[in-house]
Design a protein around this ligand. Structure first.
Ligand SMILES: Nc1ncnc2c1ncn2[C@@H]1O[C@H](COP(=O)(O)OP(=O)(O)OP(=O)(O)O)[C@@H](O)[C@H]1O
Ligand SMILES: [Mg+2]
Length: 318
């Protein structure tokens, strides 16, 4: 079982070794109309998800399309609050924050999305776009100070500060994602949810953006929730990985343990789908068959620690 919330009193900000982010029993349910406008059913997009993210850690979230990864990312940052469960940031339950306190907390938690073009405002210069949160959070006193800070952010993400006056359509996909990252780090967050940040980018650019995320993590002590379909990139970037299947975490382990010794049949199937760069091995690779759904029994879904730090749904062990 994932340990209960280990955090000091809400008034005292948590310091390592306390988790930066603690999620407990997070559920997100959607009411669906049952046709012809009569009645409704409930769709459980995310069910009873619990995990911690330590300061300076990258937790990967992997799973097939529709498994609930983005829903978790949005619930953790309260962009789309959970139906139930607790999300604590630095030991503080986010659901209990007043509007003003929540705004302050938001500054510390940022999101980077998949499609850098739709995230940008086509009518705004990219300099203004990066400066916007600095203004909202009152981080610069004068226009000159703001300009200097934006220029510094541009340099930090590998963009020429002279590009500040340009508009989004004048940039490539990789450059646009750098602009989005510059905006996210400008308010000096300690946690970033990166939801498929490289999926829309050319393969050659993907590695550059991932390296940038790694460099920023080192420099700024950032923690990431890195959501991705790219299992090889997740292995490279993430310290620990959570595998999500039909809205539940079925396995959570340090990357080496998860990739070296996957315990859940769904994880094994997911990994069997990763192409191998060696043609002989790739020809011999067999994709494992679909995994049957687990029984709808909370005990079967409970995560148990199979080896130190390696959690798996109880049903996979029986
Ligand atoms: N507003 C909503 N109303 C009803 N169902 C929703 C809503 N938003 C998401 N869902 C459903 O919740 C499930 C999880 O969606 P989510 O976007 O989290 O998946 P995902 O794992 O991020 O998928 P992808 O890899 O394709 O991005 C999906 O089945 C989706 O259809
Ligand atoms: Mg998604």
């Amino acid at each position: 079982m994932i340990a209960p919330l280990a955090a000091p009193s809400p008034s005292a900000p948590a310091k390592a070794p306390y988790p930066l982010v603690s999620v407990r029993n997070l559920c997100k349910h959607y009411a669906l109309r049952a046709g012809w406008g009569f009645g409704h059913s409930v769709f459980k997009a995310v069910e009873n998800v619990s995990f911690d993210i330590m300061p300076n850690e990258t937790l990967g979230l992997v799973g097939e399309s529709g498994s609930g990864k983005s829903t978790i990312g949005r619930a953790v940052t309260m962009l789309n609050p959970p139906t139930s469960g607790v999300v604590a940031f630095e030991g503080v339950d986010l659901a209990e924050q007043s509007g003003r306190d929540m705004r302050r907390m938001r500054q510390r938690m940022q999101m980077v999305f998949q499609d850098p073009y739709s995230a940008l405002n086509p009518r705004m210069t990219v300099g203004d776009y990066v400066a916007e949160p600095l203004v909202i959070h009152g981080l610069c006193k004068t226009a000159a100070e703001r300009r200097d800070l934006v220029a510094e952010l541009f340099s930090k993400v590998g963009l020429d500060p002279r590009f500040m006056a340009r508009f989004p359509h004048q940039f490539s996909g990789g450059q646009r994602q750098r602009i989005c990252i510059a905006r996210a780090i400008g308010v000096r967050p300690s946690f970033i949810v990166a939801d498929e940040p490289i999926a829309a980018l050319d393969v050659s650019i993907q590695a550059q953006v991932v390296n940038l995320l790694q460099d920023l993590q080192e420099e700024m002590g950032l923690a990431y929730l890195f959501i991705s379909h790219d299992l090889r990139m997740v292995r490279y970037l993430c310290h620990r990985v959570a595998v999500i299947w039909k809205g539940r975490i079925v396995e959570l382990a340090p990357s080496a343990a998860l990739y070296g010794n996957p315990l859940h049949p769904y994880t094994r199937r997911l990994l069997s789908a990763v192409p191998v760069p060696d043609p002989a091995l790739e020809r011999a690779r067999t994709r494992l068959p679909e995994v049957a759904a687990l029984p709808d029994d909370p005990l079967a879904h409970e995560l148990v620690e199979a080896e130190p730090g390696h959690y798996v749904a109880r049903a996979a062990l029986s």
